[in-house]
Design a protein around this ligand. Structure first.
Ligand code: FAQ
Length: 311
């Protein structure tokens, strides 16, 4: 079973066909996927918190409605991703438990403070922009349920990126004080956005195995470079300055050169999360506890329906 399973697994990968939940797969493939998909799901959930804090302070009713829609999309993304984990034999309770008791990782980006409305714009523009660059490649992931979830998620992310960029356009074209808000937010979010792609390829723990099994289709450094090349002209259009004195178009490479990334900061944010990390997790735990009655009601309702069907 295992031997023919392994051969079939490899054949599916070679033919660019999807691995499905019913298929035999190496244990490590399953573990790698559960690790990445659950971290991704947690990022969507924790990512709702900083934006949620701004709902009551959005400058207009229209901005509020748009932001609300974006945040609800993120809850949806988390649900597809937790479901994808379930197809790999990991229950939603287990996965969520790991987040709540602090064992699970989520994206470093959500442990940064969001002090102004311009930061909400910068998150949409840069954080969602980086997320799209990363997730477009995941649409070609070898695991079917993850790849299919990514297709829908990418469509929604592109709306998120545009809502953020549009906030930045308005601020950048506004009063000098508004333009300064936009510039300050860019200064805060630029480097953390570059860190979203993970460590350099030479330091990446899972990169090689993930690429071999076609979970990841492009490397961390490759995607980071693509994001920079795409985003610098957008900053120029806004009339804002990217906070990197080493940033320079390199004609020979056909890419922007950029300055060194502060990996000590990345590691520190991952390790402790700082005061914002503690605040995020406290907010998530409170939301989980406050939502207990909704989960109980949903289960009771499902059981009642089941009983009625069998009656
Ligand atoms: N933060 O071996 P690698 C969003 C960890 S988008 C925290 O290179 P890999 C949308 C990594 O887990 C954000 N940890 O890892 C949104 C590993 O640790 P481990 C979420 C990070 O997996 C926008 C170690 O470092 N997107 O939420 C980070 O091959 C706005 C070594 O790294 C995804 O998760 C980081 N930035 O490559 C929502 C996309 N980077 O597990 C709301 C799917 C690395 O050994 C508002 N994930 N680490 O303990 C991926 O594509 C990959 O997991 C990478 C990392 C590319 C993130």
């Amino acid at each position: 079973e295992d031997e023919s399973g392994a051969a079939r697994f490899q054949a599916l990968l070679d033919r660019e066909e999807k691995i499905e939940p019913r298929d035999w797969m190496p244990d490590r493939y399953r573990k790698l996927l559960v690790r990445q998909i659950s971290q991704h799901a947690h990022s969507e959930v924790v990512g709702m918190l900083p934006e949620g804090n701004w709902l009551t302070r959005a400058p207009t009713l229209k901005r509020k409605a748009v932001l609300l829609a974006k945040i609800q999309d993120e809850a949806g993304h988390a649900l597809y991703l937790y479901s994808a984990c379930e197809t790999l034999g990991t229950s939603r309770e287990e996965t969520i438990e790991a987040l709540l008791d602090g064992r699970a990782k989520y994206s470093s980006i959500f442990n940064y403070p969001v002090p102004t409305w311009a930061d909400v714009g910068a998150i949409g523009w840069l954080v969602d922009g980086a997320a799209i660059v990363n997730q477009v490649m995941l649409c070609r992931c070898s695991y079917g349920p993850y790849a299919r979830a990514m297709e829908r998620i990418c469509k929604e992310e592109s709306f998120h990126q545009r809502q953020g960029y549009e906030i930045m356009i308005k601020l950048a074209q506004g009063t000098p004080a508004q333009k300064k808000l936009a510039q300050d937010a860019l200064n805060r979010w630029w480097w953390p956005s570059l860190m979203m792609f993970g460590p350099h390829d030479s330091e990446s723990t899972h990169g090689n195995q993930s690429t071999e099994w076609k979970i990841k289709r492009r490397s961390n450094d490759d995607l980071r470079q693509h994001f920079i090349d795409m985003t610098v002209p957008q900053a120029e259009f806004l009339g804002l300055t990217v906070p990197d004195p080493d940033l320079k178009w390199n004609e020979d490479r056909g890419h922007y050169d950029f300055g060194p990334i502060n990996w000590d900061e990345f590691k520190a944010v991952l390790k402790g999360g700082g005061p914002v990390g503690r605040e995020r997790m406290a907010a998530r735990r409170a939301a989980h506890d406050d939502g207990a009655w909704v989960r109980e009601a949903a289960i009771a309702h499902a059981e009642k329906r089941k009983a009625r069907q069998h009656a």
